[in-house]
Design a protein around this ligand. Structure first.
Ligand SMILES: [Fe+2]
Ligand SMILES: [Fe+2]
Length: 175
C-alpha cells in the first residue's frame, strides 16, 4: 500500500537532515520506495503466511534482499544503482547481526542505514495482522533502544531531531 511511499518520504527527510543535497535526497525518496522489490520473488505461502515463519521459511523471506538486488542492478543508471544497494542492504544492522551478509557499521551504505530506520518506524506505527499500530511516542522509544545495535547512531540522531517533520509526513499519508 502506501508503505513504500511513506518510507521514501521519511528517508529523504532524514537524508536532508544528515546533510544530503536536495537532489540526492529526492533520488533517495524514489529509490527507498523500491527497497522490497525482491518480495515479488517470494512465494505467497511465505509472504502471506498469517502465523510466524519457521526457520526454512524465514531463510526464504531473507532472499528478498538478494532477489531485489538482482532485479534492480540489471539497469546501469545511478538511480537503479542506489535502488539496488538499498534493496540488498536495508536489513543489515549496525552491529553486524543483520542479513544477507552481516555487514557492520559504515560498511553498510548510508542509503540503506537510513532506510533501515524508516522501515522499522513504519512497521511499528502501522497496524499489522499480528499487532496494533503503535503510537509515535512508543515507536520512537523503541527505535532509541536499538541505537548502536540495529541503527547507526548518527543517522538515528538525525531521525530523533526531525521528529516533528516525521510526524507531519506520517499524518499527511493518513488523510
Ligand atoms: Fe525488506
Ligand atoms: Fe519494507
Amino acid at each position: 500500500g502506501c508503505h513504500i511511499w511513506r518510507i521514501g518520504a521519511y528517508a529523504s527527510a532524514i537524508a536532508r537532515a544528515s546533510g544530503w543535497t536536495f537532489d540526492m535526497a529526492s533520488e533517495l525518496k524514489l529509490s527507498a520506495a523500491m527497497h522490497d522489490t525482491g518480495k515479488i520473488g517470494i512465494p505467497d505461502s511465505v509472504l502471506k503466511k498469517p502465523g510466524k515463519l519457521d526457520t526454512k521459511e524465514w531463510d526464504i523471506m531473507k532472499t528478498h534482499t538478494t532477489i531485489g538486488y538482482d532485479i534492480l542492478s540489471k539497469n546501469d543508471t545511478a538511480f537503479f544503482h542506489l535502488s539496488a544497494e538499498i534493496a540488498l542492504r536495508h536489513h543489515e544492522k549496525w552491529n553486524g547481526s543483520g542479513y544477507p551478509n552481516g555487514l557492520k557499521g559504515e560498511n553498510i551504505p548510508e542509503s540503506a542505514r537510513i532506510v533501515a530506520i524508516c522501515d522499522v518506524f513504519d512497521a511499528l506505527t502501522m497496524k499489522r495482522s499480528y499487532k496494533p499500530a503503535w503510537s509515535v511516542e512508543d515507536s520512537f522509544a523503541e527505535i532509541e533502544k536499538t541505537i548502536g545495535t540495529h541503527f547507526d547512531p548518527e543517522i538515528a540522531e538525525c531521525f530523533m531531531r526531525i521528529k516533528p517533520e516525521i510526524i507531519e509526513i506520517k499524518e499527511s499519508w493518513e488523510k
